[in-house]
Design a protein around this ligand. Structure first.
Ligand code: SAH
Length: 337
């Protein structure tokens, strides 16, 4: 089967049955590292909303909200700024919906973006959502481009899985810029992320609002496999434990920005998580939190470092921001050329 099907089936099983987040789970994400992360996002959205003229009917929408921690922290800060939006959560996992419903009473659930309300401005957030969507891998062979497939390693059950090249020519599925790349070049595309971006771009231009996509990935185009799997905070072979480990791939923000631009979104900007959080004032927030609870000062400083430092999440994680429908440019990004 294609890598994308393997990843899709594995992750659907993986997320449906469990809450994989936090120290006791398989991986920790930024909202669980510190409340400061959700707070900065809430501040950014509230600032956009205020400068857009405080439209009353704006809604908060989040894709893949995990435990609802980010939403809770962001909504608390927004409330302090007079912004109390209706909450719409796009979540596929029944197990996580239960956790989210407890964290955010009154939230409305959706299977996908398509059923989010129309006609009202959107304040949309997705943190570590796109990286979980299945990627296609295309590999350049002597005979041309082929889909990268996952096959049984041997005749016997239990011998595991291996990668192999498919037999069908796939040249037409390769993005233009890679078509003439040398033999053995591997490129990834993420049809689910591309489709999500098309929908969000269209909604921002017609409904107005702003969106933030935060994930590990790259702002410039690049080739190579980025498939990885994590279980109990350790990297494992992506083919070894289907349905038992979280399989992810880096997000191609360069491609997503191109899609948004083609969709007519007037303002698009990208930067690193560390630069963005710093520009929004996370240093001052860490000082305040540490000052209020001196016994936690060290913990707050460590969390701050983890979120912004280049050796940790600060450079690897990127922020892609968009706005449309008459909404302003967002804070914390270099002005557009
Ligand atoms: N945003 C959270 C959780 C990240 S884990 C955080 O930062 O902590 C990925 C989240 O996306 C989970 O909530 C998972 O259930 C959800 N998810 C993954 N694939 C999905 C899909 N195809 N449709 C809807 N939700 C999905």
């Amino acid at each position: 089967m294609p890598v994308s099907r393997f990843m899709g089936e594995s992750n659907a099983r993986y997320y449906a049955a469990r809450d994989p987040l936090g120290a006791a789970g398989d991986f920790v994400t930024a909202p669980d590292i510190s409340q400061m992360f959700g707070e900065m996002i809430g501040l950014w959205l509230a600032d956009m909303w205020a400068r857009a003229g405080r439209p009353e009917d704006s809604i908060y929408a989040e894709l893949g909200p995990g435990r609802g921690t980010l939403a809770r922290d962001a909504l608390r800060v927004m409330r302090g700024q007079g912004l109390v939006p209706q909450v719409h959560l796009v979540e596929g996992s029944p197990a996580l919906r239960k956790v989210q419903a407890e964290a955010i009473p009154g939230a409305v659930f959706h299977d996908d973006i398509a059923s989010l309300p129309e006609g009202c401005p959107l304040l949309l957030v997705a943190n570590e959502f796109l990286d979980a969507l299945p990627v296609r891998q295309l590999v350049r062979t002597e005979a041309g481009w082929r889909e990268r497939m996952v096959a049984l390693a041997g005749e016997e059950a239990g011998e595991g899985f291996v990668f192999t090249a498919g037999t069908q020519p796939m040249d037409a599925a390769v993005p233009e810029r890679w078509r003439d790349a040398h033999v053995d070049t591997l490129v990834e595309t993420c049809p689910g992320a591309a489709a999500a971006m098309v929908e969000v771009a269209q909604r921002l231009t017609t409904q107005g609002g702003a969106a933030l996509f935060i994930d590990y990935g790259h702002l410039a185009p690049r080739a190579g496999s980025t498939l990885q799997a994590v279980r109990a905070h350790s990297k494992v072979d992506p083919l070894a434990l289907p349905g038992e480990a979280d399989i992810t791939a880096h997000v191609d923000f360069a491609m997503l920005a191109e899609i948004a631009k083609a969709g007519g979104v007037p303002w698009i900007a990208g930067t690193t998580q560390g630069a963005w959080l710093t520009a929004l004032g996370i240093d001052a927030r860490a000082q305040t939190l540490g000052g209020k609870a001196p016994e936690r000062a060290e913990e707050v400083a460590a969390a701050h470092r983890r979120l912004v430092h280049g050796d940790d999440m600060g450079d690897l994680f990127k922020v892609l921001a968009l706005s449309g429908g008459g909404w302003p440019a967002g804070a914390g990004f270099a002005p557009q050329a």
